[in-house]
Design a protein around this ligand. Structure first.
Ligand SMILES: Nc1nc2c(c(=O)[nH]1)N[C@H]1C(S)=C(S)[C@@H](COP(=O)(O)O)O[C@H]1N2
Ligand SMILES: [Mo]
Length: 415
């Protein structure tokens, strides 16, 4: 399985000229990277389902060892210190997990996606929903795309640590993000095969996981324009079946949009001629309080963010070193990354090493630190995307701590 991952990865990647030497995919490089991916020992979905990771709290079924993850109970954050600079894609075994409740066991052989609503060419009530089996979906043209998947609250803990602001929600650092290659069918092909009304306006995706508190099943509407653009119904990540934690057997993927838009364990789609609502586009995932207008729109496109492939407080040797990191944007490609090794006093451009040919993957970059002297430093990385959006120095506070996109001050010690 692993070599397939790497083949599709390299086919999709653009290597910037200056970085060819450090990332040239030599045979040895392939083998090393393949071993790293293979070493995660991905088992078939049925094995994960049969063996929950813990008897007391099986919120997440895949192993989340402390070398790779920070455990938040129902959620697990990827550690940037464990990211392998030679691997562009995030192995599924290493991808962050964000569950409102817990990963449900779903049997693909009896799975059905229900589709209904007055936005279908032939309107159907929920009781009359069309039912698509996994085989029905697989009969449609297959499609692949590479995109970042990122939680709206990624970076949330920096509201407190960097801006002294108290917000609610999981205290992620910057690891609620990954980049994967999805495979599945385009939602527009599914809708075309079912027959769509010209007046279709809004689509609500609902998950099969347990209801969240008193709010009901996790569900969120999105506009028909996104459905007819690049929305994917995905069954695969990096050439493998989805793991249960990531939505097996089928999830929605809205590339570039906030993570909540990509509903896992997709149970139904309601297609409507009118705007649909759920707590996830009214109460949650909007900017609320602290100066935001009550009618601020539901959050959609992710902002620009950057991370170093280092632990916070990492200790570096006092000799020349190449530091690596990644930047990403929900709106397009990263066009520039500026870095500071001295807490923001001086800035230099990072070398952009590798990105996806498509619009929605992240960009790997590197910077050579030629002469680090013993002491304590703050590393900063500030990216700009091709829509001209640059990371601010201060993020806009909001009570639920969404969209922390400011430049993060990353402490390191040279010893
Ligand atoms: N059905 C369902 N879909 C869901 C969620 C959920 O709890 N239930 N969490 C959402 C959120 S908030 C995020 S950030 C992403 C996380 O995807 P991942 O766990 O595959 O990384 O899934 C989204 N889709
Ligand atoms: Mo999220």
């Amino acid at each position: 399985m692993a070599p397939r991952v790497l083949c599709s990865e390299t086919a999709d990647l653009l290597l910037y000229g200056r970085a060819m030497t450090s990332y040239a995919p030599t045979r040895r490089g392939f083998l090393t990277a393949a071993a790293a991916v293979g070493g995660a020992a991905l088992a078939p979905a049925s094995v994960w389902r049969a063996a929950p990771a813990s008897a007391t709290a099986p919120f997440i079924l895949k192993p989340t060892p402390p070398a790779y993850f920070k455990d938040f109970g129902t959620n697990a954050e990827m550690l940037w210190s464990s990211v392998e600079p030679q691997a562009y894609l995030t192995p599924q075994s290493r991808l962050f997990v964000r569950n409102h409740t817990s990963t449900p066991p779903i049997d693909r052989t009896t799975y059905a996606l229900r589709v209904y609503g007055d936005g279908l060419a032939t309107p159907r009530t929920e009781g009359e929903a069309l039912s698509l089996s996994f085989a029905d979906l697989q009969a449609l043209p297959h499609h692949e795309l590479t995109s970042v998947i990122e939680c709206t609250g990624n970076g949330r803990s920096f509201f407190k640590s960097q801006q002294d602001q108290t917000v609610s929600g999981t205290a992620w650092t910057l690891g609620a993000v990954g980049t994967v290659r999805w495979s599945g069918v385009l939602l527009r092909d599914v809708l075309a095969s079912l027959g769509l009304s010209a007046d279709a306006f809004s689509i609500q995706a609902t998950g099969l996981d347990d209801p969240f508190s008193t709010y009901g099943r996790v569900r969120r509407p999105f506009p028909i324009e996104k459905a007819l653009d690049d929305a994917l119904l995905a069954w695969g990540i990096n050439g493998e079946d989805l793991l249960p934690d990531h939505g097996y057997p089928l999830r929605l993927v809205l590339p570039g949009w906030v993570g909540i838009a990509s509903i896992k364990w997709l149970g139904s789609l309601e297609v409507s001629k009118t705007q649909l609502f759920s707590p996830w586009n009214t109460t949650f995932y909007r900017m609320t309080e602290t100066g935001w207008p009550g009618d601020s729109p539901p959050l959609t496109v992710n902002p620009v963010r950057s991370a170093w492939e280092l632990a916070s407080g990492a200790v570096l040797p006092a000799r020349p070193v190449t530091l690596t990191g990644r930047s990403w944007s929900g709106a397009g490609q990263i066009s520039k990354v500026s870095v500071s090794l001295d807490g923001g006093e001086s800035w230099r451009p990072a070398v952009l090493d590798r990105r996806s040919r498509e619009d929605q993957g992240w960009t790997q970059w590197s910077v050579r630190w030629g002469n680090p002297r013993p002491g304590r430093y703050e590393l900063l990385a500030r990216a700009t995307d091709d829509r001209g959006r640059t990371q601010p120095l201060v993020a806009a506070v909001n009570s639920q701590g969404y969209f922390f996109d400011a430049v993060v001050r990353h402490p390191v010690t040279v010893a």
